[in-house]
Design a protein around this ligand. Structure first.
Ligand SMILES: Cc1cc2nc3c(=O)[nH]c(=O)nc-3n(C[C@H](O)[C@H](O)[C@H](O)COP(=O)(O)OP(=O)(O)OC[C@H]3O[C@@H](n4cnc5c(N)ncnc54)[C@H](O)[C@@H]3O)c2cc1C
Length: 437
């Protein structure tokens, strides 16, 4: 029997478990450990609440979790309740699928002023992640600058711009919907160092900017290269640029009170303010011959009262596990950190790709596992689940099993506001009432 511990129940953890079930058949036992009592990682806490069809992928993971060879150990924080070294003693293979939950800081003077938020915090807040339930973003702000040119920046802008009616049938938590319904925000700037050709938006996300009931997307025509240059783009990017060109041609819509301005070719240099955010100073940039953003020497201030940095994420290190601080992920070679210790998903490659990229990653990792003997050829004599249960029992750790999550799930669905799929429990205390014993 090969005993596998997968730390993290996001897409990478579940796809790795699915691949291991297929690869090892009846000769494997898999324990999926998560610090939260709820599974699915960023599917629950990152993917936008108004993108329910994407969240539906979690149904596929349920089949894995309910497999007799698999057990879910929720509410168990590795590094706190049990160490990686202890897991390595108990399991043939330990696979870190812990994601990249920390915001990369803006790294400019003033980025610690009240009113500067990371996207992990802001997204976690509206998605009901227990770490961010108490965030209280300053929605008295009339203008918000969001730094970053990827889909996370667009998600944040869209949630700020949508009406309550537009969010009613999403699973945005009420503790966010209520303050958003009173929000003073009338202008959102999406700030990026480079231009429309380099932006990392995808078509669906950028297209939705043009379908908002009270907000207009604004793009400067001067930010585009000549139209002929679009022919050199790969198809997906060309379509994104076509949509952005349409926004530039359409201009403002006087009937819509909120604007979402794409501020291309601007690099943040300083958050301005006395005790709180009053503006974001940006350096105007242009592209050099290699396509890099270089400073023009000209700066300007975007007056705003809230800044959200959406410039990427990094993993949190774990004691005793080699970490590549510059890249913000575990030091690994093709997923291997040390004999019997592996990483996968965002913990392995950093915050890139789609949910499906983690599937390829998980399946490729299991192929490498299969090519090595259990725990680097020590013979598969580990205690596995029985050992973990004994250890957690000794320490008085209350484990949330998958059946406990199913109770939480049912209770969340039952208390949903009309039209919404669920109302999440956003505090650990509220979640614990469903499994404490
Ligand atoms: C805002 C946002 C929106 C996104 N939207 C989309 C989208 O629309 N479509 C798309 O394809 N992709 C989207 N993505 C990307 C997608 O969410 C990621 O590719 C995917 O979630 C990464 O999976 P993962 O398993 O590596 O990490 P995660 O999903 O982050 O899962 C990590 C898990 O590890 C657990 N964990 C962390 N530390 C510990 C510990 N010490 N002990 C135990 N457990 C721990 C966490 O609780 C979590 O459950 C989005 C990402 C973000 C941030």
């Amino acid at each position: 029997m090969r005993h596998l511990a997968i730390v993290g129940s996001g897409p990478a953890g579940f796809y790795t478990a699915e691949a291991a079930l297929k690869q090892f058949g009846d000769t494997v036992r898999i324990d999926i450990i998560d610090r939260l009592p709820t599974p699915y990682g960023l599917i629950r806490a990152g993917v936008a609440p108004d993108h329910q069809s994407i969240k539906a992928v979690s149904k596929r993971y349920d089949a894995v979790a309910r497999d007799a060879r698999v057990a879910f150990f929720g509410h168990v924080a590795v590094g706190q309740d049990v160490s990686v070294a202890e897991l390595c003693g108990l399991y043939d293979d330990v696979i870190l699928a812990v994601g990249a939950p920390l915001d990369r800081p803006l790294g400019v003077p003033g980025d610690d002023l009240p009113g500067v938020l990371g996207s992990a915090a802001f997204v976690g807040w509206y998605n009901g992640h227990p770490d961010f339930a108490g965030l209280q973003p300053p929605l008295v702000a009339r203008t918000v600058a969001i730094v970053g040119n990827g889909n996370v920046a667009i998600d944040c802008a869209r949630i700020l711009a949508k009406t309550v009616q537009e969010l009613q049938d999403s699973d945005i938590v009420n503790h966010a919907l209520e303050p958003l319904s009173q929000s003073a925000v009338r202008a959102v700037h999406i700030v990026g160092r480079r231009g429309p050709h380099q932006a990392s938006f995808t078509l669906k996300e950028v297209g939705e900017m043009g379908e908002l009931s009270r907000a207009t997307p604004l793009v400067q025509a001067a930010d585009f290269p000549p139209t002929e240059a679009d022919a050199g783009l790969e198809t997906g990017q060309r379509r994104v640029v076509e949509v952005l060109r349409r926004f530039a041609a359409a201009g403002p819509d006087a009937a819509k009170p909120v604007t979402i301005r794409f501020d291309f070719f601007r690099r943040p240099v300083r958050v301005v303010g006395d005790g709180r955010v009053e503006g974001l100073e940006v350096m105007r940039t242009r592209l050099d011959a290699a396509g890099r953003a270089v400073d023009s020497g000209e700066t300007e201030i975007i007056p705003c009262e809230m800044v959200i940095s959406a410039i990427g994420y990094r993993s949190a290190g774990l004691e005793g596990v080699p970490f590549d601080a510059a890249a913000g992920r575990f030091a690994n070679v093709d997923g291997q950190i040390a004999p019997g210790l592996w990483c996968v998903g965002w913990a392995r490659r950093g915050p890139t790709g789609t949910i499906g990229t983690n599937r390829q990653d998980g399946f490729a990792l299991v192929e490498r596992l299969a090519a090595t003997g259990a725990n680097g050829d020590t013979g598969g004599s580990k205690a596995g689940r029985v050992g973990l249960e004994a250890l957690l029992g000794e320490r008085g750790v209350t484990v949330a099993r998958f059946a406990d999550w199913e109770k939480i799930d049912a209770a969340e669905v039952a208390r949903a506001r009309p039209g919404a799929p669920r109302e999440k429990f956003a505090s650990l205390d509220a979640l614990r009432t469903h499994f404490s014993r």
